[in-house]
Design a protein around this ligand. Structure first.
Ligand SMILES: NC(=O)c1ccc[n+]([C@@H]2O[C@H](COP(=O)([O-])OP(=O)(O)OC[C@H]3O[C@@H](n4cnc5c(N)ncnc54)[C@H](O)[C@@H]3O)[C@@H](O)[C@H]2O)c1
Ligand SMILES: [Zn+2]
Length: 349
């Protein structure tokens, strides 16, 4: 078992091991604050795959439990105010108190919805994340960000609420569709660009599904940035590498291009721009292109600069008239740079 401490104000651990789902009940029993009831949130695709097994384990663990299941439909639409309200009603019906525990079993959508409910119901109760997608394992379940979408845009409502624990079982990736693995790989390659050690591991890796070692290393890279900057005002923003352009590509495609794949395009785009400006080593771009190609990720931005600019200017992370971009210099060396609207076109490659 690999244990990764996340040194936030309220510290906790991410545990990574194949087969960890089987042990989830024991891990939850051992939490410093042993919960009364457990309220499980999952989506309609993930619940039938892993929910009953988790519930059996929790029941067999022998402490008093009341099971409440809530299974919103799978997909981004579940991060809505309507789904949130339904979830809160189910929590009230289950008479959840602050001594109880919410478990999010699913991808980033389930984590964001369940986490936001856990952050806000009764002003916050503890929660445990059991991520089931590669993206959620290496990204969404680390760092305590939770969010809902508003009709006006994605992730506009949210809270920081660190979980009590994250249980990451890479064996759960066996059932994940190939497109979702690709999404996670886009984000994993981005994280690796920030850390040369992880990048080298990824270059040397020949498997099809990332295992515990690789996943744990990616979590460590993110956890280290989160520990330095829990609320995302400083170095944590390096994790946005490829995202300013990536978010614009997602939006310009009317969300037909999925997030991780748009991030891969954004990463290719900004690295090309940085090389063109003499800021990034050409060899880093060549290695990035080889890596993206190996994982069947398209690195070409399919849009014109003019199509992307309006979305980049609307980015919620954009301050007035300027945007903080993450600029690649070399593998393992990226920096934050303030760029004005007028300069933005130079940064799209
Ligand atoms: N909070 C954060 O820090 C953070 C970070 C990154 C992304 N996010 C959010 O995460 C969301 C994307 O997460 P995602 O890519 O995990 O999407 P997702 O939760 O929608 O999962 C993708 C699909 O895979 C299915 N699935 C999940 N696990 C499975 C498994 N093991 N086997 C078979 N099918 C499975 C789901 O039902 C869904 O249909 C976005 O809403 C994004 O905004 C949040
Ligand atoms: Zn991302």
């Amino acid at each position: 078992m690999i244990r990764i401490p996340v040194k936030t104000e309220k510290p906790y651990e991410v545990l990574v091991a194949e087969g960890l789902l089987q042990e989830a009940a024991a891990r939850i029993t051992a939490l410093p604050q042993k919960p009364g009831k457990v309220f499980l949130v999952s989506d309609q695709r993930v619940y039938p795959l892993y929910g009953p097994r988790l519930e059996e384990g929790l029941q067999a663990a022998g402490f008093e439990l009341r099971f409440c299941r809530f299974a919103p439909p799978a997909g981004e639409a579940s991060k809505s105010l309507a789904a949130y309200q339904q979830l809160l009603s189910a929590m009230v019906q289950a008479q959840l108190s602050r001594e109880d525990l919410v478990i999010a079993l699913g991808g980033g959508v389930t984590g964001d919805l369940a986490g936001f409910a856990a952050a806000t119901y009764l002003r916050g109760l503890p929660w445990v994340q059991i991520p089931t997608t590669l993206l959620a394992m290496i990204d969404a379940s680390v760092g305590g960000k939770t969010a809902l979408n508003l009709p006006e845009g994605k992730n506009l409502l949210g809270a920081f609420h660190q979980p009590a624990q994250v249980l990451c079982d890479p064996a759960l990736l066996a059932t994940l569709p190939a497109e979702e693995i690709k999404n996670g790989m886009g984000e994993l390659i981005k994280t690796a660009f920030l850390d040369e050690g992880l990048w080298k591991r990824l270059e040397a890796w020949e498997g099809a599904l990332p295992g515990a070692e690789l996943i744990a290393r990616a979590i460590q890279v993110k956890a280290a940035l989160v520990a330095q900057d829990e609320t995302d005002r400083g170095p944590r923003r390096l994790l946005n590498l490829g995202h300013s352009i990536g978010h614009a590509i997602e939006a310009a495609s009317a969300y037909q291009i999925p997030h991780g794949q748009a991030v891969a395009m954004g990463l290719g785009s900004i690295t090309r721009a940085a090389v063109r400006q003499g800021l990034c080593e050409g060899s880093a771009l060549a290695r990035l292109e080889a890596m993206l190609a190996r994982h069947h990720l398209n690195q070409d931005n399919p849009f014109k600069v003019a199509d992307l600019l309006p979305y980049m200017k609307r980015d919620k992370k954009a301050g007035s008239g300027r945007l903080t971009l993450v600029v690649p210099r070399r593998i393992g060396g990226c920096e934050l740079r303030e760029v004005s609207w007028a300069e933005l076109p130079d940064w799209i490659g």
